[in-house]
Ligand binder design. Structure first.
Ligand code: APR
Length: 240
């Protein structure tokens, strides 16, 4: 008997992750508190206009998030995806909307940060993107050009996410598309399930609750990421 839902050993898998995968590590998700991020509106702290209006508040907000991210650890869901990569190699790509580095700290290597990273600074003078672990509030100098115009290297609303060509090429070529811990509220990430389905991929959602996806997933596993992700990875590896 053949289980048509079972992935073949040679399956290519794209995993899209969102804030829900890091929630149990202690990083709050975005949309749980009525559209406010730790007391700030999205417009104030996640748009270029908000930064122009009040750069100190925005730098403080991301300085606090950078420190918070550094103080927590990857959880069982991040570790499970790293385990999957060790088995699948370059047949797995993790596309994350998260700006924390918990996938990398769990030893995943094939990770695309489409919304940037807290541990990098972007120089508004020369465009250099430098590894950065300290606060930016006091306007430190760019290590490349010396100007004091660094901002967090995170993608704000109205800006272009990173590596879209690489992501889309992987999505259209994958056999299984898996969405983990994302509300499906923000594009272009929210559109990848439809793109994957249009190109014949099986689509799977692992989330605390069914998301707002416009196109329904083939399979939806509801639960906490630390429970459902390791179980799903075990299932894939058992079939490989
Ligand atoms: N396990 C699994 N899923 C969870 C858990 C958990 N422990 N906790 C929360 N979730 C789910 C929520 O049910 C929700 O569907 O994770 C999702 C988090 O959604 P959002 O807070 O909207 O985060 P995300 O989808 O990553 O946001 C996308 O929007 O604000 C911008 O740039 C920001 O990258 C972010 C993007």
């Amino acid at each position: 008997m053949t289980d048509t839902a079972a992935p073949a050993a040679a399956s290519r898998i794209v995993v899209l992750t969102g804030a829900g995968i890091s929630a149990e590590s202690g990083i709050p998700t975005f949309r749980d508190a009525g559209g406010l991020w730790e007391g700030h509106s999205v417009e104030d702290v996640a748009t270029p206009q908000g930064f122009e209006r009040d750069p100190v508040t925005v730098q403080r907000f991301y300085d606090a998030r950078r420190r918070a991210a550094a103080s927590v650890a990857p959880n069982a869901a991040h570790h499970a995806l790293a385990r999957l990569e060790r088995s699948l190699g370059d047949r797995l790509l993790v596309v994350t909307q998260n700006v924390d580095d918990l996938h990398e700290r769990a030893a995943s290597h094939r990770v695309v940060h489409m919304h940037g990273r807290l541990d990098r600074a972007l120089c508004r003078a020369c465009g250099a993107r430098s590894e950065w672990h300290d606060d930016l509030e006091d306007r430190p100098s760019c290590p490349v050009c010396g100007e004091r115009m660094l901002r967090p290297d995170v993608v704000w609303f109205g800006e272009m996410p990173y590596e879209l060509d690489r992501i889309e090429n992987a999505v259209v070529a994958c056999d299984i598309f898996v969405s983990i811990g994302t509300s499906g509220a923000v594009y272009p990430a929210a559109g990848y399930v439809a793109l994957a389905a249009a190109f014949g991929a099986r689509t799977v959602e692992l989330n605390l609750e069914p998301s707002d996806a416009v196109v329904p997933f083939d399979e939806s596993l509801v639960g906490r990421a630390t429970d459902v992700v390791p179980a799903w990875v075990d299932g894939i590896l058992a079939r490989s």
